[in-house]
Design a protein around this ligand. Structure first.
Ligand SMILES: N[C@@H](CCC(=O)N[C@@H](CS)C(=O)NCC(=O)O)C(=O)O
Length: 351
């Protein structure tokens, strides 16, 4: 199981507890940690250190700024090796794009650079650097795309090497593009967003985004008791609804996997590992919900998906980098979860 077994000689590993990450320090990205600044933000083209509004009483996510589209007869035409994807395996939003790129077999069509989970001045390239523009930090890409950019320097980023700009930095858009814009070179036997199902997928996506994908962050980043409680209640109400939904079908929309499943998966696979503890979403574990738990193992065991999940990087990124949530940066040893347990679900969704 990727990342669940640590070979380093920590006290926990010597006790054969199977810790799921490296010790918290030193940082494993040699270029990271130099400034002690983990995240930062851009204001009018300049990079600013500090949390830049993290630790607010109620967390409000800033909408993505770049929302252009790749398509035939558009400014951004589909072409192999023209666009570059910047991601991190720690990030649930970026991981959506990693999974869709993999399932559509676009690895040689849309090149990708994976940033390290250890950040320093925001997302930081490792010692091999940015292969496209030779940069050191993701915020420099934002500045290159818009010299007056104000906002957060988030991943994923879909970069156009031809016009040297950011096409799109919203994962919800990028996965729709990856699903069909490159079909001339992709695996067309897989369609994760069939037109006939689009309204239902969109509707489930909205429920999952408001109630889970973003609500776990609203819980975890809140510094206000009432705001936190409201978010956690929303999270568990949504989990109940999804568990119920999955009692009668294998996937969220029915018998085929769609983008709705991928958008839920990247949050669900992080739930017991980081959101339960670090974001205090601890009313119940996800494994306590039989249908959701069966669906999660089913997804994880789908060919190609588990390779995109790196529990070690996920835990380090949240626990060691989000110091406004976890000031010590200490990363927990557990939990040990068997995502490879048999997933014999039949089409009704039941095990
Ligand atoms: N709406 C964006 C959100 C992306 C996002 O928030 N990414 C996080 C990483 S998990 C990030 O880069 N955060 C940096 C920051 O907020 O400064 C998407 O879905 O693409």
């Amino acid at each position: 199981m990727t990342g669940l077994y640590c070979r380093s000689s920590t006290p926990a590993s010597r006790m054969n507890i199977r810790p799921s990450c490296e010790p918290p320090l030193p940082l494993t990205n040699p270029t990271a940690g130099k400034s002690g600044v983990y995240m930062g933000y851009m204001h009018e083209g300049a990079w600013h250190v500090g949390d830049g509004g993290r630790g607010e009483r109620r967390f409000v996510r800033t909408p993505a700024r770049f929302r252009d589209w790749i398509g035939a007869r558009r400014l951004y035409e589909p072409e192999p090796n023209r666009y570059h994807l910047y991601v991190s395996n720690a990030c649930p939003w970026a991981s959506r794009t990693v999974i869709v790129r993999k399932l559509k077999k676009l690895e040689s069509v849309v090149p990708m650079t994976t940033l390290h989970s250890d950040v320093d001045n925001g997302w930081t390239f490792d010692s091999s650097g940015d292969p496209v523009n030779g940069l050191s930090y993701i915020y420099e890409l934002y500045r290159a795309a818009d010299s007056g950019y104000s906002g957060r320097a988030t991943i994923p980023v879909l970069w156009d090497t031809k016009t040297s700009t950011i096409v799109n930095n919203e994962s919800a858009d990028i996965i729709v593009m990856l699903n069909s814009a490159f079909d001339e070179w992709a695996d067309t036997s897989i369609d994760l967003y069939p037109q006939a199902l689009a309204p239902e997928i969109d509707s489930v996506n909205e429920t999952v985004y408001q109630g889970l994908n973003n609500a776990v962050y609203r819980a975890g980043f809140s510094t206000d008791q009432a705001a936190y409680e409201e978010a956690v209640i929303t999270v568990f109400q949504t989990i109940e609804v999804l568990d119920q939904r999955l009692s009668t079908r294998r996937y969220l929309i029915g018998e085929r996997m769609t983008l709705a499943d991928i958008r839920l998966f990247t949050t669900a696979i992080r739930f017991d590992v980081v959101y339960y503890g670090h974001f205090k979403c601890n009313v119940r574990h996800l494994w306590d919900y039989p249908n959701l738990w069966g669906w999660l193992r089913d997804m994880y065991q789908t060919h190609g998906i588990s390779e995109t999940v790196d529990f070690s990087q996920i835990k380090r990124h949240y626990y060691a980098m989000q110091r406004w949530v976890n000031p010590s940066g200490v990363v927990p040893v557990g939990p040990h979860i068997d995502y490879l347990a048999p997933r014999a679900r039949h089409s009704s969704g039941q095990e």
